[in-house]
Design a protein around this ligand. Structure first.
Ligand code: PNW
Length: 478
């Protein structure tokens, strides 16, 4: 931010970080280079029928070869920070054993390039690309995967800990556990509710062991966090006790299952009870909760849209409307009595309702539940049907309105006492949107995949002005 900017009520704190985010499999490509082996997302995207149009991350944004230009582009836009993820199978192709130097070198060079341009790197260790060999050995439902993660965390911490201050162990473990192992719309595409609960516990354990491993090899000044896609869950009828019970059911499975052990050292009692017909939780071993309950330096929150739920007739079969993709299998174990509803009003191209008050509510919830813990919005953004105009520019007023609304909600939360230190727009550029392939464009920068030409959309220029001035320009001010 420009320190000469006068402090106005709309201004953000001077140290507020204005960043953008990406993840390895979504942008890097180069999947067979420098010793990298397949991750579960390579296998999944190459399985017919799993992604829109059969899209894969084989080439993606070719960022592996274009990272210098991409960093220069961020600097030109005026961004302060960049959240990216490290591809585990580039660093440890089998998920175990010694590191591949060429794999680590890519991230060293990327970090150096960022620092030379004055951009603060934030590293996510795991953004869903488990080495396939570890999945073949059982994947996240197996305890050993958590120990393997800790070893990997130590390797990356040793390599980059002197230059990267901000560390995130896992991105959205809810998606890894429940979209990966219950509904199966994400890799590895398995559909067993018990496996998904085991996966959730072992992801929590991986976070705890990983945080400990990072701290053992890094300077104490570095910050260790986790990014949760904490859901904002609302009742269809706020006065209906059955709908409030449905909120509890989903809140336990979306939020409590992670923040319970991580922030408080215990799984919610109501979660243990309501899943007891499925599992006895015997994979939670003595000492696990202490390991998971590691001191955190910050919490990352990813927010896109709220969930609206009500009580439902468990026998009423119909399409689910929870916005988590098409599957005959629910991502919510033992929650047949819950129905999801589409929020009214405007929606993005994902079908997700635009609701900035949800972000304010989320920030205030964690301000209450984790007092004193600095918060970062590690993802927020929207997909729209962007197309370059005749003059080559990309006009995306809906995204500008979305960003303006959500950043205003962040600003309001800060006024209300929340300690939000930064915001990472999802995403820097259009990329491989998982099961949706390249169909959905979340970027502030437009990518023409045929030529790999990047074109900042109007929203990127708007966001860059916000970053430079430390305050929000009017949404129509571009
Ligand atoms: C997050 N859901 O994914 C991820 O962290 C990003 O990699 C992704 O591109 C972005 O949000 C946009 O989707 C999610 O079904 C995927 O609830 C699915 C869900 C939530 C987040």
């Amino acid at each position: 931010s420009d320190s000469a900017t006068p402090v106005t009520p709309a201004a953000f704190p001077p140290a507020f970080l204005w960043g953008s985010a990406t993840s390895a499999y979504q942008i890097e490509g180069a999947v067979r280079e420098d010793g990298r082996t397949p991750s579960i997302w390579d296998t999944f995207s190459h399985t017919p029928g799993k992604t829109a149009g059969g899209d894969t991350g084989d080439i993606a944004n070719d960022h592996y070869h274009r990272y210098r230009d991409d960093v220069a582009m961020m600097a030109d836009l005026g961004l302060d920070a960049y959240r990216f993820s490290v591809s585990w199978p580039r660093v440890q192709p089998t998920g175990r054993g010694p590191a591949v130097q060429r794999g680590l070198d890519f991230y060293r060079k990327l970090v150096d390039e960022l620092l030379e341009h004055g951009i603060k790197p934030a590293v996510t260790l795991y953004h869903w690309d488990l080495p396939q060999e570890l999945e073949d050995a059982g994947g996240w439902p197996e305890r050993d995967t958590a120990y393997r993660f800790a070893e990997y965390a130590r390797i990356v911490g040793e390599a980059l800990g002197d230059r990267v201050e901000q560390w995130i162990t896992l991105n959205e473990p809810w998606c890894s556990a429940f979209l990966g192992y219950a509904s199966g719309v994400h890799a590895p595409g398995r559909t067993d509710p018990v496996d998904s609960l085991r996966a959730a516990h072992h992801l929590n354990l991986a976070h705890g062991l990983g945080a400990k491993a990072l701290r053992s090899v890094m300077p104490a000044r570095n910050s260790v966090a986790i990014s949760l896609n904490s859901s904002v869950v609302r009742p269809l009828s706020p006065g209906d006790p059955a709908d409030l019970a449905a909120v509890r059911t989903i809140d336990d499975r979306a939020n409590g299952i992670f923040h319970g052990p991580i922030l408080k050292g215990a799984y919610p009692e109501s979660l243990l009870e309501s899943t007891s017909s499925l599992t006895d939780w015997s994979y939670v071993q003595d000492g696990d909760l202490e390991l998971i309950h590691q001191p955190l330096d910050a919490l990352g929150l990813n927010y896109y849209t709220p969930s609206i739920v009500s009580a439902a007739d468990p026998d009423a079969k119909g399409p689910r409307a929870d916005g988590h993709g098409e599957s005959a299998h629910s991502p919510w174990p033992a929650a047949d009595h819950v129905a999801f509803h589409q929020a009214p009003g405007e929606r993005t191209e994902m079908g997700w309702a635009v609701d900035p008050t949800g972000l304010h509510d989320l920030i205030m919830r964690y301000t209450r539940e984790a007092p004193g813990l600095p918060l970062y919005i590690t993802e927020n953004g929207a997909a729209y049907d962007d197309k370059p105009g005749a003059d080559g520019t990309v006009h995306d007023p809906e995204r500008i309105a979305y960003l303006h609304g959500h950043l205003s909600a962040v600003r309001r939360a800060i006024t209300d006492g929340a300690d939000v230190r930064g915001y990472y727009l999802w995403s820097l550029m259009d990329n491989f949107e998982w099961a949706y392939g390249y169909e959905k464009r979340f970027g502030a920068v437009y990518v023409d995949y045929a030529t790999q030409v990047r074109t900042p959309k109007a929203s990127a220029l708007w966001y860059g002005r916000a970053a430079r001035s430390g305050a929000l320009p009017e949404p129509d001010g571009i």
